[in-house]
Design a protein around this ligand. Structure first.
Ligand SMILES: [Zn+2]
Length: 506
């Protein structure tokens, strides 16, 4: 099966042209791009797509996402991460969700992602109280069915919650501590066995699905688990995907637990290297940034989620300057609260302009688009497969109508993509050479029927979840104390702008 795209305006995001638009044709044979040029003649049997007036660009890469939060979309507001997590990642009284609900939840996110131009995402899947193979399999099935490219984890926490939040043992009453202690976290051996089986079952399914290891965060996992997971990641050439210093509380965690920053702790364990992808990286010092740059790690900048949870602003210009690879992500679907990467791209284009008056240091549209495509692919260790339009890469493409109001009048296409477009000009989406969205509609699944089925299951889920919220809200006053305590601590870094919380200025 071959497809010839003729007369497109192409933004390749790779090769010699980078972000510079040009007119041309693209030949796709099977799942891959085999030729890019001008006036490529159609061979017999080739399907020709007339792309005059269309912009063709690589699909967006959402480099950090938790579909597990999708059922809480729009549920919470004005809660900082540690308090919000009590409800979205409950530690008390959570019951495993059924596979059909997980299939629909994953499908909900994947459908929105594809329709708004994301062809590839990294779903860092966590399940309370603990992920099962069947639950992970349900998500994989959804991504296989809808046609998206996805890397799934394997997200694990294997320490008692109270040992992952600084000062929790001092603040949380003994009776609640006992209650939390009753649920045993998985052992290192159990997680590594789980990862091996998941890799065997799911990795490279349909040429689109990949598996990665995802120890939740250095302070949430034991050292032997971190090291064991890293060994598997290196062996399989998949990401070691983790979270480091998203919030001020987490910024205080390294000094409180390990007598050094969490980034330094990772460095000392030998866990900073090019195969490591770090979500957030907000509360990093200049020394941390140097360690990260020297090691060649990737980070994912979750700019909307970081605002929603009051986490702070990642020092992206400094990170790029140090040589860190920077992708973009939505993060979870109840801290964003959607899977639309065009929103993230716009926010990333805007937020750094208020961090410094030195406008020469602001991110430009081309840099933001690179973070949303090729650099994102690199965070998933698949930059040889996707993220740009280049010969030999898989055909993961967006077809964007340039006659919409977002592109009328049309000046600098890169600026339009970052500041004007929101995904609504997308006509078609191709993943792995297959058209998965045509005329704005998903081609492989019945979206309306799937959404209706999910709505039917929601009353039962929400009544269960309301009980979980009540149960976990008992921790709220103590975690609130810790949040306030950490807000006042001086850790030598400030990422909350000039008016810091609780009146402190640094
Ligand atoms: Zn995350």
């Amino acid at each position: 099966m071959s497809t010839l795209i003729q007369g497109a305006t192409i933004v390749a995001m790779g090769g010699n042209t980078g972000t510079e638009p040009f007119q041309g044709d693209i030949l796709i044979e099977g799942d891959s791009i085999t030729k890019i040029g001008k006036d490529i003649p159609p061979s017999p049997g080739v399907e020709v797509i007339d792309a005059r007036g269309k912009l063709v660009m690589p699909g967006l890469v959402n480099a950090h996402l938790h579909t597990g939060e999708a059922l809480y979309k729009g549920r919470y507001d004005n809660l900082p991460l540690e308090l919000w997590m009590l409800y979205s990642y409950p530690v008390l009284d959570a019951e495993p969700l059924g596979e059909r609900l997980i299939y629909l939840r994953s499908m909900l996110v994947a459908m929105e992602a594809l329709k708004t131009g994301t062809t590839c995402f990294t779903d860092d899947m966590y399940e309370s109280p603990q992920q099962s193979m069947a639950q992970l399999g349900a998500a994989v099935q959804a991504y296989d069915d809808v046609g998206i490219r996805a890397t799934v984890s394997g997200h694990v926490v294997n320490k008692n919650y109270l040992d992952t939040v600084p000062f929790a043992r001092e603040h949380v009453p003994a009776a609640l501590q006992d209650e939390i202690g009753k649920s045993a976290p998985p052992s290192t051996e159990a997680y590594l066995e789980f990862a091996k089986e998941a890799y065997t079952r799911f990795h490279d399914r349909s040429g689109r699905i990949r598996f990665m290891v995802a120890p939740s965060a250095p302070q949430r996992c034991t050292e032997d688990l971190l090291l064991g997971a890293n060994e598997l990641a290196q062996q399989w050439k998949v990401p070691f995907h983790t979270h480091i210093v998203e919030t001020k509380v987490q910024g205080c965690t390294g000094p409180a637990l390990y007598g050094r920053s969490l980034m330094r702790y990772m460095h000392d364990l030998g866990l900073l290297h090019p195969g490591v992808t770090i979500a957030h990286s907000i509360w990093v010092s200049d020394e941390d940034i140097e360690l990260m740059g020297d090691a060649g790690v990737s980070i994912v900048h979750n700019v909307i989620s970081n605002q929603k949870l009051g986490a702070g602003i990642a020092p992206v210009r400094k990170l790029l300057g140090a040589g860190v690879n920077v992708g973009l992500g939505t993060d979870g679907i109840c801290s964003n609260d959607s899977a639309n990467m065009f929103d993230v791209i716009k926010a990333a284009g805007l937020i750094h302009k208020v961090t410094t008056p030195e406008y020469g240091r602001w991110l430009n549209a081309g840099e933001v688009l690179n973070a949303g495509t090729l650099a994102g692919a690199k965070t998933a260790r698949i930059e040889h497969l996707t993220g740009s339009i280049e010969v030999g890469k898989r055909a993961d493409l967006l077809f964007i109508d340039m006659k919409t109001s977002a592109f009328t009048p049309c000046n600098d296409i890169r600026n339009h993509l970052v500041y004007c477009e929101n995904g609504s000009s997308i006509e078609a989406v191709m993943v792995n050479g297959d058209i998965v969205v045509r005329d704005g509609k998903l081609t492989r699944v019945d979206e309306a029927a799937l959404l209706e089925e999910l709505r039917q299951l929601m009353p039962e889920f929400l009544s269960y979840h309301a009980k979980v919220e009540r149960s976990n809200s008992r921790l709220f006053p103590y975690i609130d104390e810790i949040h306030k305590k950490c807000a006042l601590m001086d850790i030598g870094v400030n990422r909350l702008g000039t008016d810091d919380a609780y009146g402190t200025r640094q």
